[in-house]
Design a protein around this ligand. Structure first.
Ligand code: TYD
Length: 132
């Protein structure tokens, strides 16, 4: 599976670090939504869905978690553990997030507003949709 990671340039100085992410600049889409997952309880697994249209970039700004992406044929696990590493997730990937550290804040940039109608939340339906 050919996954794309994006390395964000830390703008550091003696005071510390800063990462700036601008819509369409250095990332392949306009940002229309930002959300973050935090305070995830130990052992919780999230996700279990795919998107028909949505593009996203996920960054663990603190802590870490595992993102498992499944294109219907192969699965790949990516450890998100850096505030300067973004994982690009295009449409058509079933995703599961797990192994969240208690301090994990998973920031997600998305190119569309929230729209439940473009989610696929059933794995068999996802496999059927991939064939179509
Ligand atoms: P959900 O999709 O179940 O989270 P995950 O797949 O990451 O486990 O989302 C949890 C709830 O939040 C669900 O009721 C939908 C809602 N939600 C929004 O209202 N807007 C959003 O942008 C997102 C991502 C979720």
């Amino acid at each position: 599976m050919n996954l794309t990671t994006i390395n964000f340039k830390p703008l550091g100085d003696a005071r510390g670090s800063l990462v700036a992410i601008e819509s369409d600049l250095g990332i392949p889409f306009p940002i229309r939504r930002v959300y973050y997952i935090f305070d995830t309880k130990t052992g919780v697994e999230r996700g279990f869905h795919a998107h028909k249209k949505l593009q996203q970039i996920a960054v663990a700004v603190t802590g870490s978690c595992e993102m498992i992406l499944d294109d219907g044929k192969e699965k790949e696990s990516v450890c998100l553990d850096s505030s300067t590493k973004g994982l690009y997730i295009g449409p058509g990937f079933w995703r599961v997030m797990r192994n969240f550290t208690p301090d994990c804040v998973l920031l997600v940039l998305a190119d569309r507003h929230y729209d439940e109608s473009e989610y696929i939340r059933n794995y068999d339906e996802f496999l059927e949709w991939k064939k179509s």
